[in-house]
Ligand binder design. Structure first.
Ligand SMILES: NC(=O)c1ccc[n+]([C@@H]2O[C@H](COP(=O)([O-])OP(=O)(O)OC[C@H]3O[C@@H](n4cnc5c(N)ncnc54)[C@H](OP(=O)(O)O)[C@@H]3O)[C@@H](O)[C@H]2O)c1
Length: 250
């Protein structure tokens, strides 16, 4: 139990207003962490805070550079340190490359990659000074391969970038005790993934393409997240853990 203990760890979770981020915030709260839950939709964050007494909900657009800097400064002011960062906020919607314009492509990269780098860089100085800290970036199995037959160039490019950004930051900060890892989820029901669950053909395709013959259930990413944020993974850095029922094996 002690290995996975997160009591009083100060952890920022982005994209906590729905889907995986909402579940991550609830799981970390249940494990005793001081969770700072971040997203744009205030009503969703308020509902989360009501369900998790003591959870600290903050409104933020992760592409707002100054807002990110203010958030990290405020959290440091309030708690004195940041032990963990979960870069989970993300966007993506399938679109043929021929129809995706440059502004849309750049917007996806901005949310899914640039904000991950920016927030990691903002929390790093405190972690490096403390000689400890864990950053977990939420990538995707689509960062390990293409979305074929779907088509979503900006999304796959962004998630592959997250995986290699994770490796590079791990290489730069490892000697100071700051670990950077990623999780590559398979298919989990969320606002972003809704179409895959309501469209019968799509759901059949992803279920049958998964060796475990099903999609992920709510909470099935919690184990990997708690492992990576806790001392249980104290010698693990630069890694991407696929939690995907085996999808990435083919
Ligand atoms: N579901 C899956 O099967 C799956 C698989 C692999 C990877 N992922 C990854 O998991 C992460 C969570 O996605 P999800 O599936 O849970 O989708 P979701 O339900 O659509 O959640 C996306 C979250 O990101 C937040 N967000 C988006 N843009 C933001 C911005 N500019 N600033 C701040 N927050 C922003 C949203 O909050 P607001 O709109 O309130 O700001 C929301 O909380 C994403 O990185 C996604 O790529 C999901």
């Amino acid at each position: 139990m002690h290995l996975f203990d997160l009591t009083d760890r100060v952890v920022i979770v982005t994209g906590a207003s729905s889907g995986l981020g909402d579940q991550f915030a609830r799981a970390l709260h249940a494990y005793g962490a001081k969770v700072i839950a971040v997203a744009r939709r205030r009503d969703r964050l308020d509902a989360l805070a009501q369900a998790c007494p003591g959870l600290d909900a903050r409104t933020l657009d992760v592409t707002d550079d100054e807002g990110c800097a203010r958030l990290v400064a405020d959290v440091l002011d309030t708690y004195g340190r940041i032990d963990g960062l979960v870069n989970n906020a993300g966007v993506g919607a399938p679109i043929p490359a021929i129809e995706e314009d440059l502004d849309d492509f750049r917007r996806v990269l901005d949310v899914n990659v640039t904000s991950v780098f920016h927030l990691a860089r903002l929390v790093a100085p405190g972690m490096l000074a403390a000689g400890r800290g864990s950053i977990v970036n939420i990538a995707s199995i689509y960062g390990l391969g293409s979305t074929y037959p779907v088509g979503d160039a900006s999304y796959t490019a962004s998630k592959a970038a997250v995986i290699n950004l994770t490796r590079d930051l791990a290489g730069q900060w490892g000697k100071h005790g700051v670990r950077v890892n990623a999780i590559a989820p398979g298919f989990f029901r969320s606002e972003m993934a809704e179409e895959l669950f309501t469209n019968e053909r799509a759901h059949k395709r992803i279920s049958q393409g998964t060796p475990m013959r099903r999609t992920g259930a709510p909470g099935e990413l919690d184990g990997a997240l708690i492992f990576l944020l806790s001392d249980a993974s104290s010698f693990v850095t630069g890694q991407t853990i696929a939690v995907d029922g085996g999808w990435s094996t083919h």
